[in-house]
Design a protein around this ligand. Structure first.
Ligand SMILES: *[C@@H]1O[C@H](CO)[C@@H](O)[C@H](O)[C@H]1NC(C)=O
Ligand SMILES: *[C@@H]1O[C@H](CO)[C@@H](O)[C@H](O)[C@H]1NC(C)=O
Ligand SMILES: *[C@@H]1O[C@H](CO)[C@@H](O)[C@H](O)[C@H]1NC(C)=O
Ligand SMILES: *[C@@H]1O[C@H](CO)[C@@H](O)[C@H](O)[C@H]1NC(C)=O
Length: 182
């Protein structure tokens, strides 16, 4: 019993540790951050829906002759570059996802933004356990949906409903059974 509990604990802790480390995501994979081809304007919303972002992760933007601006939702939908929250044009930019909720990024070249070079990601609370709901049915809005409604935050809410206290409770239970073994 003790050795079973011990190995379970080891696996459990390994999963927690492996999943609590921050991830750096390369935006657009090898394509990087550039204006998508005209037949591929949903490239960045597809990229975003293929990944899961948690607080503490970061986004790596790799680009040439371009820039990346973090903007608010309005700036994202209107490709408005006048009031960026942060702006970078150094070709290799790292944006830390330091809170949960939506983040919006656009190219500082207005035509590029209008042609699909913009990214919206939904950042979830830190969630160390791998048993999360499958990533389905919550893709970012398609590109040309200019005045579409607010991005749903239901996924983030669902995930944050598994509170850390459950993790702690499970750990305490396991540790208690290990420690009480002769
Ligand atoms: C876009 O068109 C190019 C050829 O011009 C093709 O190679 C590529 O697969 C197309 N991409 C998509 C997403 O349809
Ligand atoms: C970037 O701009 C410079 C000068 O304007 C040009 O020589 C270079 O080819 C451009 N690079 C890309 C990848 O467009
Ligand atoms: C961008 O937004 C600002 C206000 O934040 C506004 O004054 C400006 O006209 C807008 N520009 C465009 C191109 O919509
Ligand atoms: C970490 O979590 C992700 C999903 O969030 C999962 O795919 C991955 O297998 C987990 N890592 C480990 C070591 O279990």
């Amino acid at each position: 019993m003790a050795s079973f509990t011990g190995s379970f604990l080891t696996v459990f802790l390994a999963v927690v540790v492996a999943n609590s480390s921050a991830t750096e995501f390369q935006v657009g994979y090898d394509f990087g951050w550039q204006q998508p081809a005209s037949n591929n304007t949903a490239l960045y919303s597809q990229w975003a829906s293929n990944n899961r972002f948690h607080v503490g992760d970061s986004l790596y933007f790799n680009y040439k002759n371009d820039s990346v601006l973090e903007v608010d939702k309005w700036g994202y939908y209107h490709c408005n570059i006048t009031n960026p929250i942060i702006a970078f044009d150094n070709g290799k930019s790292i944006m830390k996802l330091d809170r949960s909720g939506p983040f919006y990024f656009i190219s500082g070249v207005p035509d590029h933004c209008k042609n699909g070079q913009r990214l919206w990601v939904q950042v979830m609370d830190p969630h160390p356990i791998s048993q999360t709901p499958p990533s389905i049915a919550d893709p970012p809005e398609p590109y040309l949906a200019a005045d579409s409604p607010a991005p749903s935050s239901s996924l983030g809410v669902a995930i944050s409903n598994t509170p850390c206290s459950i993790v702690i409770a499970v750990l305490v239970t396991i540790l208690a059974s290990v420690c009480s073994s002769p």
